[in-house]
Design a binder for this molecule. Structure first.
Ligand code: HEM
Length: 452
């Protein structure tokens, strides 16, 4: 059976995708069905799958056949390196994943609650009053500070600043290299590749320095940051992680963890400010010390505005998906956006309605912002928990309004889909004082009564 899909040239399809990434996938599903193909320059044919049962087949298919690492490496290997959990497959992938999972387990992430709250409060102090600003720049600063403290375990402010600058420079250079594989060669001084390599070397030097400092630190046995936990972790054969492995996993966590969460938060506020009923209900439920509406708000945000919409698998052998025989080498991608916006799964899918998550449990493969199977996002529990803490602080203390009432369009930003203007907001009056500390009963209750 031939695969349905548009006959338009690859660059036209790519332009449609860039112009309206969510609408594009929704339209294609409606027109061509639950399995359809799209052609993109550089990547060739991509087979999208937009039905939860077929998504399950892909996510739970043999990891030896459905290679995620190989698919991710096409874009990310120059940045993340050869030992990254994101770019490996098979046994090497499992080896890294087993060590990386425990520090991000639900129980452990709760220890970072206070630190997340403190980073949020510190940033909120810098918000201007009565003047439009892009909230996304602030959520990115907060999530980066959280990663540097919780994951790298950096405590010294000057080193935090230095790391943040190096990561910013690296992220900026990475964009071009990821987007245009053709530029991945040395075209002389000042070329994108040279600048990228220089930024990568500067960041790597900092990371190796931090690893050496931590190894030398007498107290490191007692520390709970992710780097310290990884230094104590052992592979099944008893060997510790090498410096090169540590470097690749740390860069992976920074790359996968801070921009994604920052964008998710920006979307949460963008949606809430255009849906005053939901915002009112959220405030009300938080005032009563409840966390269920907050949890549903985060879930609804990631449904309606998934931050990442492409989680590819590259076939190492032929496979049949939805009756279509696909040859080895095919890229198969669960169409996260098209699944999340199906009206048979989510009535009125365009509406932002957190309460829909109280009306019945979404099928595991109908809510997939974190991908699935043995490649499901390592930081999912951390990200949801972090979003809840930060959002709670925003909505309980800040009288924000949208700078422009029109909804912000969805725009491709690196590997994420972000609000076009970075969620432009106005803080109408000075922040109220923090009403409760993370440690107070009501705050701690919702944080721990909801699985992180
Ligand atoms: C809202 C925030 C986030 C979103 C939407 C997100 C989404 C995703 C998605 C879609 C994948 C691919 C899953 C697949 O291929 O099936 C992924 C993988 C991954 N994410 Fe996240 N992520 C977020 C935050 C984080 C955070 C905070 C961390 C770390 C602290 C993190 C670490 C990772 C890692 C290490 C992988 C690779 C897993 C593997 O290949 O085995 N992510 N994430």
């Amino acid at each position: 059976m031939a695969l349905p899909g548009s006959k338009a040239p690859a660059f036209v399809q790519a332009a449609r995708y860039v112009r309206d990434p969510l609408g594009f996938l929704v339209r294609y599903r409606k027109r061509y069905g639950d399995v359809f193909s799209v052609r993109f320059p550089f990547f060739g044919r991509i087979v999208y799958v937009a039905d939860p049962q077929l998504v399950k087949d892909v996510f739970t298919g043999s990891p030896a056949v459905f290679h995620a690492g190989e698919a991710n490496a096409t874009m990310l290997e120059p940045a993340l390196g050869p030992n990254s959990v994101l770019t490996l497959d098979d046994e090497p992938h499992l080896r890294q994943r087993k060590l990386l999972l425990p520090p991000f387990h639900g129980e452990r992430v709760r220890r970072y609650g206070e630190l997340i709250e403190a980073a949020t409060r510190q940033d909120m102090e810098t918000w201007p009053v009565d003047e439009p600003f892009a909230l996304r720049a602030h959520t990115q600063r907060i999530t980066l500070a959280v990663i540097l403290r919780a994951v790298f375990g950096i405590r010294d402010e000057a080193r935090i600043d230095r790391a943040a600058k190096l990561i910013d420079a690296f992220s900026e250079r990475v964009t071009t290299i990821v987007r245009f594989p053709i530029l991945r060669r040395d075209l002389g001084p000042g070329s994108p590749w040279r600048r990228f390599v220089a930024a990568r070397e500067a960041l790597d030097a900092f990371i190796y320095e931090e690893v050496a400092l931590r190894r030398a630190e007498a107290e490191s046995e007692k520390r709970e940051d992710v780097l310290s936990l990884l230094l104590r972790a052992r592979h099944e054969d008893g060997s510790p992680m090498s410096d090169a492995e540590l470097r690749d996993e740390l860069v992976t966590v920074v790359g996968a963890g801070h921009e994604t969460t920052a964008t998710g938060l920006a979307w949460a506020m963008e949606r809430l400010l255009r849906n005053p009923q939901a915002l009112g209900r959220l405030r009300e439920s938080l005032a009563r010390g409840h966390g269920d509406y907050l949890e549903a708000t985060v879930k609804e945000t990631l449904r309606a505005r998934p931050v990442i919409i492409d989680v590819a698998r590259k076939l190492t052998a032929p496979a049949t998906i939805g009756g279509h025989r696909l040859p080895a080498g095919s890229f198969v991608v669960p169409a996260i956006a098209a699944v999340h916006l199906r009206d048979d799964l989510y009535p009125d899918p365009e509406q932002f309605r957190p309460e829909r998550f109280f009306e019945g449990k979404a099928d595991t493969y109908a809510w997939i912002p974190f991908g699935g199977g043995i490649r499901r996002c390592v930081g999912a529990a951390f990200a949801e928990f972090e979003m809840r803490i930060i959002l709670r602080e925003f909505v309980t203390r800040a009288a924000l309004r949208a700078a422009d009432p029109a909804p912000e369009k969805v725009k491709v930003r690196n590997i994420t889909l972000a609000p076009e203007h970075g969620t432009r907001v106005v803080l109408e009056r000075p922040l109220t004082r923090p009403d409760s500390d993370y440690a107070t009963p009501s705050a701690a209750a919702w944080a721990s009564s909801h699985s992180a």
